[in-house]
Structures are given as structure tokens and as C-alpha cells.
Design a binder for this molecule. Structure first.
Ligand SMILES: *Cc1c(COP(=O)(O)O)cnc(C)c1O
Length: 361
């Protein structure tokens, strides 16, 4: 038996802390990637209980889920700039705030809105370095063109997304400066910029001066950011011991016989493996030089000191021995009491979870 457990209390702790830090600036909760792995709707409901009524999505389906399940009046921002007519029509049906990242998309949106005799709300995206969606800051003619010429679009916000907010402070400051100048230029041309926003979780936590009129938070809500904070990491896998074995001295376990018992060793077999998202490294996939170094160091330490991944059996930290299997691990339970059915906690990032039910508790 296994499940992925989301502790409501940890989630609430994080939301409360983030709200305090936001100090009145609205939090736009990002629900992409199935709510960072813990479910769009349960996460949105939990956030709503804390008073959050601004959400960001990247899929039409996520917006549908919200609108069909009681989130009729909440603000929903689509983070992708899409010119796909089918997507745009559906997003307009759902009264989603669109993102405009290019002149072509602005034209597509305006044409569809005009056909529908509608005026649709949208935020302009500025590309200050991410190089995916967004107007280049130099492209002022088109940026202003949206305000001046696209009569079926009501621009209610301007934003950017930093590429390095977890890393280089200098680059992020430069990007912020570029963004600020672009916003000023729009204002100087006589237009209201309304909701100006640029912070994701890392920027929010590291640069309070950049909070502007809204902050887009995802990973911080789950307490999974690549530096120390008072946030609590949300989520862990829970499984139960299936069998208990004693591997005699000299007997290996797992593929490749990577580990061999040095003495008769009691081992618990637990039905969770890499398929479920259990990896030796549960990092956020960030590749700063510093992170690469720490990864290499951890690797070396693993080689020299046999640093094996840890799980918790009956509240005791225990080492996983042998290779992590697709759906199984073997856990060294020397020195602790353990029997079939006992509870095992396995640290897994919810983004990697597969093949397990999500349970909010
Ligand atoms: C994913 C995303 C966010 C949230 O990022 P976190 O670091 O998880 O807070 C914010 N803005 C945009 C545009 C995103 O794509």
C-alpha cells in the first residue's frame, strides 16, 4: 500500500508565511503541472480557504477545472501566450485573462474578440531575458500598438519572468531594471499599466523590492525552493513494509549487486521505486555552478562514504540498500523494530510522483 501525503498543516503554514511576506500584495497562485504535482483542485481549494482568489495556469483544462468547480469569479491568468484560435475561443469562454507575448498573438486575439463582439482582458508579457514568450523591450512600437490599436483587448497588466531569480542577483537586478523602464515608457506614452508583476517564488523571497502589484508563486507554496527558508517542504510518500527478510552475510540485494550484506542483515522490502518518483537526488533541477559543485560533492561522498538514500521506518532514519528498483526498495533495518505493515516515509518531490494516490491530510 502506498500514497502520496500532502500535509494540510504544512501547506497552511507556508501560505500564511507567504501572505505575511507579501504584505498585502496579491498572491497569484500558480497551479501549473497539476498544481506542482498535488492536484489543481485540492490545491486551489486549500488556497481559497486562505483567501487567495488569483490563479495562474498554463493549460486550458486547468482553467476549466477551476471554473467548473466553484471558482467562477476568481482571476485566472493564462501564462502562455497562445495564438491558437481553438484555445483562444475556449479561454475567452472561460473569462481567462490572456497573456500577449507578441504582436501576432495580439492581432489573433483582437480578431477573435472582435468576431465575438467582446473586449477581452489580457496582460502583456515582456521578455527581459527568458527568451520564450514576450515582447522584446526594444519592440516599443508593438507594445504601444496593443494599447493604441487593438480595440478589443483591454490590457490590465504587464509582466515579465526572470530567468535567474534563484541565482545571479546581478542579472535579476538588470532584468528588473529593463522591465521597470519598459513599464515607465508605457506610462509615459499615456497608458495605465495597472497590475505590474515580475516575481516568481525565488524573486519573491530574495527581492522584496520587486513585489510590485502582484507576485506569482508556485514552488514556495509547496515549500520547495533551492535555499533555506522557514517554509516547510510539503508532501511525502507513505508506504508499508511488505516483507521482512534477513540477508545472510555476503548476500547482495538489487540490480547489479551494488550492495552486499557485511553481516546477517534484516532488510525490509518496501513497494516504492523510481517509477513512483523516488530518486537518489531530490533536487529542484537547478544548475547554478554552486549546485553543480554540490551535486559532484554529493556524488563523491556517495562513492567514498556509501551515502545511501534515507527513508523513515517507524520514525527511524534507515538506509536504502542496493539500487532503487522500479517499484521496490530494500531498507536496512538493523537495530530497529520492524514488521510487515509498518509505516515507511519516503521523501519524494511531488513533481516526480507517479502511480500513487494523492491524499490531503
Ligand atoms: C512557473 C511560473 C511561475 C512560478 O514559479 P515558481 O518559481 O514555482 O514560483 C511564475 N511565473 C511564470 C511565468 C511561471 O511560468
Amino acid at each position: 500500500m502506498k500514497a502520496y501525503v500532502v500535509e494540510k498543516e504544512a501547506l497552511s503554514h507556508n501560505i500564511e508565511l507567504l501572505q505575511k511576506m507579501a504584505n498585502g500584495v496579491p498572491i497569484w497562485a500558480v497551479l501549473k503541472g497539476n498544481g506542482y504535482g498535488i492536484g489543481v483542485l485540492p490545491l486551489a481549494r486549500h488556497l481559497a480557504e486562505a483567501g487567495i482568489d488569483h490563479f495562474c495556469v498554463t493549460e486550458v483544462r486547468e482553467a476549466e477545472l477551476l471554473r467548473e468547480n466553484g471558482f467562477e469569479d476568481d482571476s485566472i491568468l493564462m501564462l502562455r501566450s497562445t495564438g491558437d484560435p481553438a484555445e483562444l475561443n475556449r479561454l475567452m469562454d472561460l473569462r481567462v485573462i490572456l497573456t500577449i507575448g507578441s504582436w501576432e498573438t495580439a492581432c489573433a486575439i483582437n480578431a477573435i474578440a472582435a468576431e465575438r463582439a467582446d473586449v477581452v482582458e489580457a496582460h502583456l508579457k515582456i521578455d527581459t531575458g527568458m527568451g520564450r514568450y514576450g515582447f522584446l523591450p526594444e519592440d516599443m512600437d508593438h507594445i504601444l500598438g496593443v494599447y493604441r490599436e487593438q480595440k478589443n483587448i483591454a490590457v490590465s497588466g504587464v509582466y515579465t519572468h526572470f530567468n535567474c531569480a534563484f541565482g545571479s542577483k546581478k542579472l535579476t537586478h538588470q532584468e528588473f531594471e529593463t522591465f521597470r523602464k519598459t513599464v515607465s515608457a508605457i506610462r509615459e506614452a499615456g497608458f495605465e499599466t495597472e497590475t505590474v508583476h515580475c516575481c516568481n517564488s525565488s524573486a519573491f523571497l530574495r527581492f522584496p523590492e520587486m513585489h510590485c502589484d502582484g507576485v506569482r508563486l508556485g514552488s514556495a507554496i509547496l515549500g520547495r525552493v533551492p535555499f533555506h527558508t522557514k517554509l516547510r517542504p510539503v508532501g511525502y510518500a507513505e508506504a508499508h513494509v511488505e516483507e521482512l527478510r534477513v540477508l545472510p552475510k555476503g548476500h547482495p540485494t538489487g540490480y547489479g549487486a551494488m550492495w552486499t550484506a557485511r553481516e546477517d542483515t534484516p532488510v525490509a522490502i518496501v513497494p516504492i521505486g523510481w517509477y513512483n518518483g523516488f530518486r537518489e537526488r531530490c533536487d529542484g533541477g537547478i544548475t547554478r555552478f554552486r549546485d553543480c559543485l554540490s551535486l559532484i560533492l554529493r556524488g563523491l561522498r556517495g562513492i567514498f562514504f556509501r551515502a545511501l538514500p534515507l527513508v523513515e521506518v517507524n520514525g527511524h532514519k534507515c538506509r536504502v540498500v542496493g539500487q532503487i528498483g522500479m517499484l521496490h526498495i530494500a531498507v536496512d533495518v538493523r537495530g530497529i523494530e520492524c514488521k510487515p505493515g509498518d509505516r515507511v516515509i519516503v521523501p519524494i518531490n511531488p513533481l516526480h510522483v507517479k502511480g500513487m494516490k494523492i491524499q490531503y491530510r
